[in-house]
Design a protein. Structure first.
Lengths: 287, 235, 342
């Protein structure tokens, strides 16, 4: 029963990791950009949530209506103002620029919010749970998992059933020809980053409710998201959910064996999958 | 000749240190069909990329209806009513046939061409509309590429090597469809290796040789000798 | 235009002058214990170790196209090997440093086999995962102090040299020697056939492959050799610090972020770049360190601006203006005699 409990909790935790991963997967799919600052942007969203909730007294879940558009705006501005200049055949500029960005965000957050750990206070939501067949399911983890499914479904739908998604796919296929069709790729990339950071905002708020956070934890979140993307297979949005769940289950089982092993067990699961299935479980595009 | 819809003046294009076009001077009249011929590497595709804004040009080198478009981005050029059927078709592989056509209408220009008009022109595309564009035969893909360009309702349409890599029977079909396409008051530039085909549909012809215009003539009066001289540079 | 009017040579006047100046500077630096203060020597020792790390990272990222953000894995590994081999294995510290290099090479082999499956930017994050695995694993080893780490016992420190001044001088010389060794080794490597292959791969991977260069093998060798050296530098770093903990040993900021900034600002893909970058980095640190986090923000901004506006860094700007090359790698064609046509 304890093991079943670990697996169930890990699965639900995987929803959060899938949300970390979805934004990363989206921007890689559209513009082949890997954003090293992704984890720090998740943490930034958590801090924005903190500022909104303390300033207005809103419930953190409600703060989403402010933080999501704010992060989307930041994403668009970041892409048009900075990241578009790094795109090209050379992988160094995007990598090093987003790495620099990561250091800037981290230290900017330290400057504004100090290194003290913070949490988003969600009241009763944090502890509420329902018992299903002897396993206590937290409402928050259930909600997180549900949101992850909804977000990924929404992204998938946007990708395959809207004009915006068509533009994303066209630009991803062939930037020159897409430009000939009247699509300004710089604008399209801006929109993709806006969408990705909108998802990141949701992830950041849920992270902040679930655990305490401080400016230094971004790197770890980037790694979890990255592992979920690679396990699931590049370019596959539903794959990120599977990847997140595998990572989450590995972590909770690791923690069950020895609390010090939680994160390590997740990394080991990732490395094992990398060794056996280098392209992930369900690859769509080759990296 | 009527007022030009497109003019290039002293057009030079470079790939890094390599110069691909030298002082190209070209005029396309309103409603005119122009053919551009030349050997491989003569600069035909470069010229198309320069006109459509895919390459950066010097200021003042390309004018469209009197407006200097040489510094515009490709999407801005497209919005002015200039569309291209690119060499090798270059459909979007992750888009279905129908989506490829829809993306052609992205520029938001209105006119005679819509989805139904393209389906009427190429009925096979309606049958295949939900298939992946990569599953089509070469000729059908060329139809999608032409339809995609038409969906923009352009005033000037550029065809880059439309018969390259297609079976003769299909080339014949496409050339038979061309008058119906261009007949709607559009101007066109046809880049073609098949000189006979190019001359048959155009009113004037330019020949490029090593990045320079080596011949400019009316299509019906140009002689074989003139062409081979301009084409190969044989004196 | 006659062929005789041209000469092909690797050397140039600037390179010869630089070589002489470098030799003089090296002699002066070796003599530092007799003219520099203790604090200055410590600072210079640290500078040499950063120069070594930067030169090694530059070899991987700037020449082999292996952009790693996980080199802290080997810095920390080397540091921990020094502590483990001296405390638990009873080795002399100098032997432990050499052994750390060998072990670093050995452990990098399976790591490379695994993470070479990832391309480009994903390779970068993969290296970071490896560093995290190392950090979390060493935090589990109670014999080495677990998560809180441990200090090097006095007896081991004393085994290096009994007097404090002599120990400090030795530690300084080791750092200086390491930097000289690393820079020279990388320079000679890049001049060799293997180095030429590397440059070919960087310039055009597809073409290099078709010329029969085994790309995987070449990159693999670079990765393993770099890891070995990085582990030795790591051992030296923690011989200076005398204390190790998982968070300090595997710090992404200290051993990777700073190193990347050094190389980018100095000039990636050049041998001179890391040297200039290290000097700039320490000059900035000594003047702006009081600003704390602001200093790091400034560093990040400078690195981004350099990457976008001057991708070849400070040295790239200097070189494009003056056509200088202090470590001549390529051959240059010189025109001698009067030209008639041109």
């Amino acid at each position: 029963m304890e093991w079943l409990n670990a697996i169930v909790q890990g699965t639900l935790l995987g929803g959060l990791y899938a949300l970390f991963a979805a934004g990363l997967s989206l921007i890689f799919g559209v513009m082949r950009l890997v954003n090293i600052a992704h984890g720090d942007l998740i943490v930034l969203a958590a801090y924005l949530g903190l500022t909104v909730t303390t300033a207005t007294g809103m419930h953190p879940m409600a703060a989403v209506v402010i933080v999501v558009p704010a992060m989307a705006l930041i994403g668009y501005a970041l892409q048009r103002g900075l990241l578009n200049q790094t795109l090209g055949d050379d992988i160094l500029p995007p990598l090093l620029v987003t790495f620099g960005l990561s250091v800037i965000i981290q230290n900017g957050l330290l400057e504004v919010y100090t290194a003290d750990p913070q949490t988003l206070n969600a009241g009763a939501l944090e502890t509420a749970s329902v018992a299903v067949g002897g396993v206590a399911l937290g409402i928050l983890p259930l909600l997180t998992f549900g949101i992850a499914i909804a977000v990924i479904w929404g992204l998938q739908w946007t990708f395959y059933h809207t004009a915006l998604g068509r533009a994303f796919r066209a630009v991803s296929d062939n930037q020159d020809i897409a430009q000939l069709m009247g699509l300004n790729r710089r604008h399209i990339f801006g929109l993709a980053m806006a969408l990705a950071l909108g998802v990141t905002a949701i992830a950041g708020i849920l992270l902040g409710i679930r655990t305490s956070f401080d400016p230094s934890i971004g790197g770890g979140r980037l790694i979890f998201g990255f592992e979920a993307v690679i396990i699931g297979g590049l370019g596959n949005l539903w794959g990120t959910l599977v990847g997140g769940v595998i990572l989450g289950v590995a972590q909770t089982i690791g923690a069950k064996i020895d609390p010090g092993w939680q994160v390590l067990a997740g990394h080991i699961a990732f490395l094992v999958i990398l060794a056996v299935r280098p392209n992930g479980l369900f690859p769509r595009i080759s990296g | 000749m009527p007022d030009p819809i497109l003019q290039t003046r002293g057009l030079n294009s470079h790939y890094g240190d390599f110069q691909a076009l030298y002082d190209v001077e070209l005029d396309v009249g309103e409603g005119e069909v122009l053919a551009i011929i030349g050997a491989n590497g003569a600069g035909k595709t470069t010229l198309m990329r320069s006109i459509t804004g895919l390459m950066t040009n010097g200021p003042g080198q390309i004018h469209y209806r009197g407006q200097d478009i040489s510094r515009l981005r490709a999407d801005e050029v497209a919005e002015l009513g200039l569309a291209m059927v690119p060499e090798g078709r270059q459909l979007f592989p992750s888009l279905s046939v129908k989506e490829n056509l829809m993306i052609g209408a992205q520029v938001g220009r209105t006119g005679p061409w819509d989805m139904q008009a393209v389906y009427d022109l190429f009925p096979i595309l309606e049958e295949r509309k939900d298939q992946a564009s990569t599953s089509l035969s070469g000729g059908q893909q060329q139809m999608v590429a032409i339809g995609r360009a038409l969906m923009a309702n352009p005033d000037l349409i550029l065809f880059d090597e439309i018969s390259l890599g297609l079976a003769p029977i299909i080339i014949k079909d496409i050339y038979e469809a061309l008058p119906g396409i261009i007949g709607e008051g559009m101007s066109a530039i046809i880049v073609e290796q098949d000189i006979t085909k190019a001359l048959s549909v155009s009113s004037r012809v330019y020949c490029l040789q090593e990045g320079r215009v080596s011949l400019e003539s009316a299509s019906d009066t140009v002689s074989r000798e003139d062409i081979s001289r301009a084409y190969f540079g044989i004196e | 235009m006659n062929l005789q009017d041209y000469s092909v040579s690797r050397s140039s006047k600037a390179a010869r002058v630089a070589a002489i100046l470098a030799a003089i500077a090296l002699l002066a630096l070796i003599a530092a214990p007799w003219w520099a203060g203790r604090a200055d020597m410590r600072l210079m020792g640290e500078l040499f170790l950063y120069l070594s790390l930067a030169t090694l990272w530059n070899l991987m990222a700037g020449y082999a196209g292996l952009v790693s953000v996980g080199q802290q894995a080997y810095v920390g590994f080397g540091g921990y090997m020094l502590f483990a081999l001296t405390m638990l294995g009873g080795l002399h510290p100098l032997a432990a440093i050499a052994a750390a290099g060998v072990l670093g090479a050995l452990i990098s082999i399976p790591v490379a086999v695994l993470i070479f499956r990832l391309r480009g930017a994903y390779f970068a994050i993969g290296t970071w995962v490896i560093a995290e695995v190392f950090r979390l694993s060493f935090a589990q080893i109670t014999a080495l102090g677990g998560g809180s780490g441990s200090s090097l016992p006095v007896a081991i420190v004393k085994s290096l040299a009994s007097g404090r001044a002599m120990r400090e001088a030795l530690s300084y010389w080791l750092a200086l020697g390491a930097a000289a060794l690393v820079v020279t080794a990388v320079y000679l490597f890049l001049r060799s056939r293997q180095g030429l292959a590397l440059t070919a791969i960087r310039d055009n991977e597809l073409a290099a492959g078709s010329l029969g260069i085994d790309i995987w093998r070449t990159k693999f060798i670079v990765y393993v050799v770099t890891s070995a050296f990085t582990a030795m530098i790591g051992a030296l770093i923690f011989l200076q610090k005398l204390r190790i903990s998982p968070d300090a040993a595997f710090s992404v900021n200290d051993w990777t972020a700073f190193v990347i900034f050094i190389v980018v600002i100095g000039g990636i893909g050049t041998i001179e770049g890391p040297i200039i970058g290290t000097l700039v980095f320490f000059a900035l640190r000594e003047t702006l360190a009081d600003l704390g986090t602001t200093y790091l923000i400034v560093l990040g901004v400078v690195a981004i601006v350099v990457m976008l506006r001057a991708p070849k860094g400070i040295w790239g700007l200097v070189r494009s203006r003056y056509d200088l090359q202090l470590f001549p790698l390529g051959y240059r064609v010189k025109h001698i005699g009067q030209s008639k046509e041109n």
